[in-house]
Design a protein around this ligand. Structure first.
Ligand SMILES: *Cc1c(COP(=O)(O)O)cnc(C)c1O
Length: 221
């Protein structure tokens, strides 16, 4: 457990050699709040959880200074639970979810920052907006006043050699720049969340602004 801080420092060092501004999202799923809280000592401000139920159980014990991103698939009927728990939803992957978050946020008088999840892994059933439908999706979602689109997120296929995924990271960066430069009123596409423990350095080289690191920080469980 003492390794958590050392692991974050090592990742930070490796990232600094590649790029000068990549944020680490510490993915704390499957780990106790007490372990998750260690990351704060190493300067981590933002953590990621992927299951609503696990998040809600851990929430009272998590350091309240953390910003929490939801990174896992979100069922529409669970939206009501997370509104006050998370500071951002990274897994906005369909319009029905956007509408539900929008509705709930308007009722609560808040705005939920969201990243649109883009489907880059064709083999997986994992959700996401298709790259060629992304522009229309963002345009439509940007009309919803209860959410604010702040960037894009992608989950890449797992490869034995992370170099094999480099072309997909590069493609994702192009998609990001395309959407960023489109300049829709009220939309600031600034975050590109891609890369995980096994491929985060490649992702950073290809222009990720945030990498999501779980096992390389906390070990695998
Ligand atoms: C678990 C998870 C991660 C972190 O995965 P590691 O390989 O442990 O770094 C990142 N993103 C998502 C969406 C995840 O579910």
């Amino acid at each position: 457990m003492a390794g958590v801080i050392d692991n974050i420092i090592a990742c930070r060092r490796a990232l600094d050699e590649v790029s000068d501004s990549v944020e680490i999202l510490a993915v704390t799923k499957n780990h106790e709040a007490s372990v998750a809280n260690l990351a704060y000592e190493a300067g981590i401000m933002r953590i990621g959880e992927n299951r609503v139920q696990e998040l809600m159980q851990k929430l009272p014990m998590l350091n309240p200074l953390y910003s929490i991103d939801l990174i896992g698939q979100l069922q529409t009927n669970k939206v009501k639970y997370i509104l006050n728990a998370v500071s951002r939803v990274q897994s906005l992957d369909r319009m029905s979810l956007a509408l539900e978050i929008d509705k709930r946020c308007k009722q609560a008088g808040i705005v939920m920052p969201c990243l649109v999840e883009v489907r880059m892994d064709k083999a997986e059933a994992r959700a996401g907006v298709e790259p060629d439908e992304l522009a229309d999706f963002i345009k439509e979602a940007s009309r919803l006043r209860g959410i604010s689109i702040e960037g894009l997120m992608a989950v890449m296929p797992i490869a034995d050699d992370p170099e094999d995924v480099r072309p997909l990271f590069r493609r994702m960066r192009q998609i990001f720049e395309r959407e960023r430069d489109r300049a829709i009123d009220g939309v600031k596409i600034e975050c590109l969340s891609m890369g995980m423990s096994h491929d985060y350095l490649v992702a950073a080289q290809e222009g990720a602004t945030q990498v999501r690191l779980g096992s390389v920080i906390f070990g695998s469980r």
